[in-house]
Design a protein around this ligand. Structure first.
Ligand SMILES: Cc1cc2nc3c(=O)[nH]c(=O)nc-3n(C[C@H](O)[C@H](O)[C@H](O)COP(=O)(O)OP(=O)(O)OC[C@H]3O[C@@H](n4cnc5c(N)ncnc54)[C@H](O)[C@@H]3O)c2cc1C
Length: 416
């Protein structure tokens, strides 16, 4: 069988994949962009609220408006688009990758020299958080509820409880209220909200939707359809406190309990994953530890802003076209006050002048000082008045002066 051959295959047509494919095509690469849905845009298609593009376009756009701008950029160059095409497997054969997929014509495959994984993330479900009880209809993730309401014009609930205060749950609390549903409350097991401060204010406070911290759902009730949930207070280790149970009547439980980078294809390729981000371990070019496989967007680590997702797609697209001969990798380490730092490696033989780091803190801190060292030399230092885990931080640094160092370390001191 003769397969079509590409320089780069981008898997996933959300903002990360769109930006990666656009930049790689602009640089003259023959690019295949593969997307399982009928149209490009990824999760942005169902995000009808505004707030996208403030950094990238200096405008407050809705998700579909932001996606359309990215699609228009892509269409200025030639890219082969495979829509309604699901990538099932990627294998390495000699120096190339074989990408197997299924679509309405059946199973087929193409070849590419390089792969960019831009497969986004998926939501945690009730199975992954261990809610007890029956298995009725009416337990759904916030993203699924958003898809019903915004894309299919269907109302999944009249009266609901939202478990988890991630951004999607907060946004759906407001959206469902605007559509006429009663949102009894948003219940969060942690002692602080999981979403951005702006979403807590604009989606809950402005609509008088109560937020109950240190509470969780411990049981669901209902045979065919959910009719109530049991809610318990939790202690500081997030264990339910006996005797604190209360029953709340509702027809739906909407879950916003975390996002996990989608890396099934990366696992097939034996790409090493990071225990903190659950995405691939990468260097500053966003190449994974598997040569010629790149990762970007929410597949790499869950970002709070689409603008940073597009930026990472652009880095992966540009670097997949760059001629970098050697890999001389050193580690980027972090202290315990930081949840993660991406990239986790620096290739001293790749461009160092515009190295972009993304990081999150492990807990909420006031008056913290970040110092970045190359061996023992201070590369960068900054004081932060307030840092919160839901708010990702970004830094762009020139590391050219440290091209002979043995490693970089991020040290966050708190209460300074
Ligand atoms: C509900 C919600 C609200 C948000 N609100 C905001 C906001 O207000 N402002 C903001 O800036 N950001 C917001 N974000 C974040 C932003 O939308 C995401 O960070 C961004 O869409 C992630 O882009 P991505 O390309 O990495 O992934 P996605 O957009 O998820 O795209 C991944 C694509 O890969 C495809 N794919 C996956 N696996 C395969 C496969 N095997 N074969 C083929 N295709 C595949 C998927 O179909 C999908 O289209 C929000 C996100 C959500 C979920």
């Amino acid at each position: 069988m003769r397969r079509e051959h590409f320089d780069i295959a981008v898997i996933g047509g959300g903002p990360a994949g769109l930006a990666a494919a656009t930049v790689a095509s602009e640089k003259g690469a023959k690019v295949a962009l593969i997307e399982r849905e009928p149209s490009l845009g990824g999760i942005l298609k169902q995000c009808v609220h505004d707030g996208f593009g403030v950094i990238r376009y200096d405008q407050k756009l809705t998700g579909p408006e932001y996606a359309q701008k990215e699609i228009d950029k892509l269409n200025k160059n030639e890219t082969t688009k495979f829509l309604l095409t699901f990538v099932t497997k990627i294998t390495k054969r000699s120096s190339d990758f074989v990408i197997q997929f299924v679509n309405r014509s059946g199973a087929d495959e193409i070849e590419a020299k390089k792969i960019i994984l831009a497969t986004g993330c998926r939501e945690r479900t009730s199975k992954q958080i261990g809610v007890h009880g029956t298995n009725p209809a009416g337990v759904l993730t916030a993203g699924t509820a958003q898809n019903y309401v915004n894309l299919q014009g269907l109302m999944p609930t009249r009266k609901c409880v939202i478990l988890g205060s991630g951004d999607i749950g907060l946004i759906m609390a407001r959206r469902l209220t605007l559509e006429g549903a009663q949102v009894v409350g948003v219940y969060e097991a942690k002692s602080a909200p999981g979403g951005l401060t702006r979403n807590v204010v604009q989606c809950l406070k402005d609509f008088n939707i109560p937020l109950y911290l240190s509470h969780t759902v411990t049981k669901v009730f209902g045979v065919d359809r959910l009719n109530a949930v049991e809610i318990s207070k939790v202690d500081d280790k997030m264990n339910p406190i006996a005797g604190s149970e209360q029953i709340v009547e509702c027809d739906s439980l909407i879950l916003s309990v975390g996002l996990i980078p989608e890396n099934e294809i990366a696992k097939q390729l034996c790409v090493p994953l990071c225990p903190y981000t659950k995405g691939a371990v990468v260097d500053q070019t966003l190449m994974t530890l598997t040569d010629n496989v790149f990762s970007c967007g929410n597949a790499l680590h869950v970002s709070d802003l689409a603008d940073y997702v597009s930026e990472s797609g652009e880095i992966a697209g540009a670097m997949a076209c760059a001629k970098i001969k050697n890999r001389n990798l050193v580690n980027v380490t972090k202290n315990k006050n930081l949840l993660y730092v991406v990239p986790q490696k620096i290739n001293l033989d790749a461009p160092l002048d515009e190295t972009v780091f993304y990081f999150r803190v492990a807990e909420e801190y006031e008056n913290a000082k970040l110092t970045i060292y190359a061996d023992e030399k201070v590369v960068f230092s900054k004081k932060y008045v307030h840092l919160r885990p839901p708010e990702m931080e970004r830094l762009k640094l020139n590391l050219e002066a440290y091209s002979d160092c043995h490693g970089f370390s991020f040290v966050l001191e708190v209460g300074v």
